[in-house]
Design a protein around this ligand. Structure first.
Ligand SMILES: [Zn+2]
Ligand SMILES: [Zn+2]
Ligand SMILES: [Zn+2]
Length: 344
């Protein structure tokens, strides 16, 4: 297989293909660092609805929190079930009621910080908060899935720079984790082993797509990556959810999340935008032994702070396509310093 020629790669987690056109990226690295004034935000912003002590639009005043802070989203996309459940519709107009809960998790009272700038203990506290919330929401009657995710940067539609993430708990397993669960179960049935256990072991042996690794977690650009600097974090041990992590694994996860996000920020010397989220076991009453805990980072930027990848044309109508290979993207991220550019 000649990876210098156009080829397609299979995403083993979803069954989708991605078209890779490496000959188009054979020109020298065109990524540019546009020297911009380092944006220093205030530690406290009186107009921010996430800062401690501030009033939110529904009149609630945030407590003077000192670590993480969790509250129900004031403009939730999902609502808890109320009274009789509506009836589902089948046939040409298939639909069913969906209930759930949306929460916001602030990482820190400090308005000016982002995850890569937090101390490792603070990131560990964030992970423990996500874990507690996953257990609490997953234990709520009618909830089958808990999606922990972070939307970072205005480019990703995140209007407030205050460091925070969201958790949406739903009555059904959403599309992406449902597809991945099917693929992981199918692999376990046909191979007798776990897909991501085998995959992470093979990637650690090869090394060419590894971005960062420690004893507990591996960060890599997946072989089938679609976004230019897409990264996947995979637990080295077979574990299905955040709640199963040992204290050592929580530290390992915090460490690798910081390393990846520091390298991201250093790529174009900006606060690197992305959507990231965890995929873990659903709460559907099944064992889901095939599910292997991991997180996806989907960053939109391609060549500079301003040049983003769009999924249009052929990609919208046929299939995703990329020029820079997963191997080149991983090498580029590995070249980045482990020290945040703001701290230099
Ligand atoms: Zn704030
Ligand atoms: Zn596994
Ligand atoms: Zn996944």
């Amino acid at each position: 297989m000649n990876f210098d020629r156009p080829h397609r790669r299979l995403n083993l987690l979803t069954g989708d293909w991605v078209l890779v056109s490496p000959h188009r990226a054979r020109r020298p690295w065109l990524g540019q660092v546009e020297k911009m004034p380092v944006d220093r935000l205030p530690v406290y912003d009186p107009t921010c609805y996430l800062c401690p002590g501030n009033r939110r639009s529904n009149g609630t005043v945030n407590p003077p929190y000192t670590q993480t802070f969790v509250f129900d989203n004031d403009f939730a996309s999902l609502l808890p079930q109320e009274g009789e459940e509506e009836t589902a519709q089948s046939g040409l107009f298939t639909s069913e009621p969906e209930s759930g809960l949306c929460r916001v998790v602030c990482f820190s009272p400090d308005h000016s910080l982002t995850l890569p700038e937090l101390a490792q203990e603070q990131v560990e506290t964030v992970i423990r908060t996500w874990t507690e919330q996953t257990m609490e929401l997953g234990g709520t009657p009618g909830i089958q899935y808990v999606q922990v995710f972070e939307n970072k940067g205005a480019m990703m539609g995140c209007s407030n720079p205050h460091p925070h993430s969201q958790i949406w708990a739903t009555g059904h397993i959403p599309n992406e984790p449902a597809k991945e669960l099917v693929c992981q179960e199918e692999y376990l049935r046909s191979h007798g082993t776990c897909l991501l256990c085998d995959y992470v072991k093979a990637e650690r042996e090869k090394g060419e797509r590894i971005v960062a690794q420690n004893e507990r977690f591996t960060a890599l650009v997946p072989f089938w990556a679609v976004w230019p600097f897409e990264v996947m974090l995979v637990a080295n041990r077979h574990t299905g959810s955040l709640a199963d992590l040992t204290p050592g694994e929580v530290s390992g996860l915090a460490d690798i999340m910081q390393e990846v996000t520091v390298r991201y920020d250093n790529l174009f010397e900006i606060s690197f935008p992305y959507s990231m989220g965890f995929h873990q076991k659903p709460f559907d009453g099944k064992a889901n032994a095939a599910q292997h805990l991991h997180a996806h980072y989907y960053p939109p930027l391609l060549r500079s702070a301003a040049v983003r990848k769009f999924m249009v044309g052929f990609e919208m109508l046929s299939m995703p396509q990329r020029d820079i290979t997963a191997e080149l993207a991983a090498a580029r991220l590995r070249e980045m310093a482990w020290v945040h550019y703001k701290a230099r």
